[in-house]
Design a protein around this ligand. Sequence first.
Ligand code: COA
Length: 156
Amino acid sequence: MREWTIELMTDRDQIDEVLAIEELSFTNPWTREMYLAEFENHGVSFCYLARDNARRVVGFCSVWKVVDELHINNLAVAPADRRGGAASALLRRVLAEGASAGANRATLEVRRSNDAARNLYERFGFRVAGVRRAYYTKPVEDAIVLWRYPLTDLAA
Ligand SMILES: CC(C)(COP(=O)(O)OP(=O)(O)OC[C@H]1O[C@@H](n2cnc3c(N)ncnc32)[C@H](O)[C@@H]1OP(=O)(O)O)[C@@H](O)C(=O)NCCC(=O)NCCS
């Protein structure tokens, strides 16, 4: 397993590196404007970056913390760096810091056909709670709604 450094995004200049991975990972990538708006949403929206030993950003996870709930909005790793544990390192940090900050449950949506992500989330204890029919576009597909609770076992 490779080594990754997980850090919070601290500067809007880092959005470019996130956008490059977004575009390689999603058919409907978030835009710069969306990430700028997230960056201004202090205290609610957090974006974590995974860096390799050369300090290159290889992955990210953006999350909202609202009261006692974490909503994972986006998680992606650059194709060349997948299967090396970067997404796991990101999720571990996001869930542990969220739990330490008082969150006791986490949720997200994932495409029904996204076996890679569904396996990853299952490993982290997320369980299927429901389906949002035709939630995604490009292509149209159901979203599987996952929840993980409590998070107390993860607090740092
Ligand atoms: C899903 C994604 C973030 C996983 O990132 P990653 O860094 O490769 O994940 P990890 O290396 O931490 O994998 C951890 C576990 O997840 C599962 N997993 C990851 N990729 C998988 C794949 N292609 N097929 C099956 N299982 C997979 C495995 O259980 C894996 O453990 P293992 O490698 O010991 O078998 C990455 O594939 C990605 O960016 N996909 C495109 C964007 C996306 O779909 N994001 C999720 C949106 S909800």
